[in-house]
Design a protein around this ligand. Structure first.
Ligand code: GLA
Length: 353
């Protein structure tokens, strides 16, 4: 990585840092409703090298695109990959860090458009590198919060905090149970008897599409109709009141409250090592995303159905939706995957690698 930086900028980087991608096991579209999530890091990594650059400017090179871009630190977002990096530089400057100018080199093997959060990996790696270079006194939770602020405040994607939290605090091979309201979190062991498999549907996912934003505002409308601060403040006992909301707010809110419940039930299932119960919750979560939250696609529903038919205990859309990946809980990915792939030539196994 230092070699890439030196080659592009003919200078030595001051700091180099890495951060992983993620998949979510349960708890979709709950994070911006102050709810519960259960993601895990995936072994795909973005590496960022930083060092001083020309005054008032950012110069950045992305190996993936073979492209170097230069922009003023006070420039508005341009709708490209540099926005994520510049957004991070700007939030640390807002926090009081003195940055005159910055050079950044990026390398990544996180697939893009797969819905496994290439953006959070880039933000967390950038913020870790800036923390080291500038000696910032920020912990891993603050790194996640600053990453989310860069993405929602500068890039313009109104995401929740799940992706940045798991990229910053997750441990490979374990699930991170996170309360997105208090940011309390703990690690949970995954079932020993089964393995996770993540499969890209072949349909590119683009979060900046309007669907995510629209779901988020529907949730806000549902919360205000229910006279609560957020949908975290209602639960399954409130389902009758939720059913009385106008369409589609009733279904959006029902997804969120039942999904929060599924995360809590899923945590209990993991704690008692009950893979079958966890799998059933994944199946219910997919149905809720498909029917109530309307973030799935026919191709994804078909892939989930095939995954289950070939023996997965559970399978569901993971990530922001409208394309991207499914996650499945299977006994042996090596024998399961060829059967699934035979029916879905457009699908790709993302994990295990
Ligand atoms: C995207 C967002 C997350 C979360 C998920 C849906 O990944 O970045 O904050 O809302 O979608 O669960």
């Amino acid at each position: 990585m230092s070699a890439l930086f030196s080659e592009v900028f003919v200078a030595t980087p001051t700091a180099v840092a890495r951060a992983p991608a993620r998949a979510n096991l349960l708890g979709e579209h709950t994070d911006y409703n102050d709810g519960f999530v259960l993601p895990t890091p995936l072994p795909y990594v973005t590496t960022v090298a930083v060092g001083p650059g020309p005054a008032g400017m950012i110069e950045a090179h992305a190996a993936r695109f073979g492209e170097t871009k230069t922009r003023a630190l006070d420039a508005p977002p341009a709708g490209d990959w540099l926005d994520y990096v510049l957004g991070c530089v700007r939030v640390v400057m807002q926090e009081g860090a003195a940055v005159e100018g910055v050079r950044v080199a990026i390398d990544s093997d996180v697939p893009m458009g797969a819905g496994i959060s290439s953006s959070a990996a880039l933000e967390v790696a950038t913020l870790r590198a800036l923390r080291e270079w500038l000696g910032l006194r920020i912990d891993d939770v603050q790194v996640a919060k600053l990453g989310q602020r860069a993405e929602s405040g500068y890039v313009g994607m109104p995401c929740g905090i799940m992706d940045q939290m798991v990229s910053s605090l997750g441990t490979p091979g374990q699930a991170l149970f996170l309360d997105t309201r208090s940011l309390e979190h703990r690690l949970l062991k995954l079932p020993k008897s089964h393995a996770l498999a993540v499969v890209h549907s072949g349909v590119a996912h683009r979060l900046t599409d309007g669907g995510y934003r629209q779901r988020r505002s529907e949730c806000e409308a549902a919360a205000s109709a229910l006279k609560v601060k957020s949908l975290r403040d209602v639960d399954v006992a409130d389902l009758p009141a939720i059913a009385a909301l106008p369409e589609p707010l009733n279904r959006r809110a029902r997804h969120v409250v039942t999904e929060n419940r599924r995360v809590l039930d899923g945590v209990a299932a993991l704690e008692r090592g009950d893979a079958a119960a966890f799998g059933r919750l994944m199946v219910e979560s997919h149905a809720s995303q498909r029917d109530d939250y309307a973030v799935s696609l026919p191709e994804i529903d078909a892939l989930v159905e095939t995954a289950l038919r070939h023996g997965a205990l559970g399978a569901r859309l993971t990530g922001g939706g409208f394309g991207g990946c499914i996650i499945a809980l299977v006994e042996d990915p090596a024998s399961w995957w060829p059967a699934v792939a035979a029916e879905h030539p457009e699908a790709r196994l993302v994990y295990p690698r």
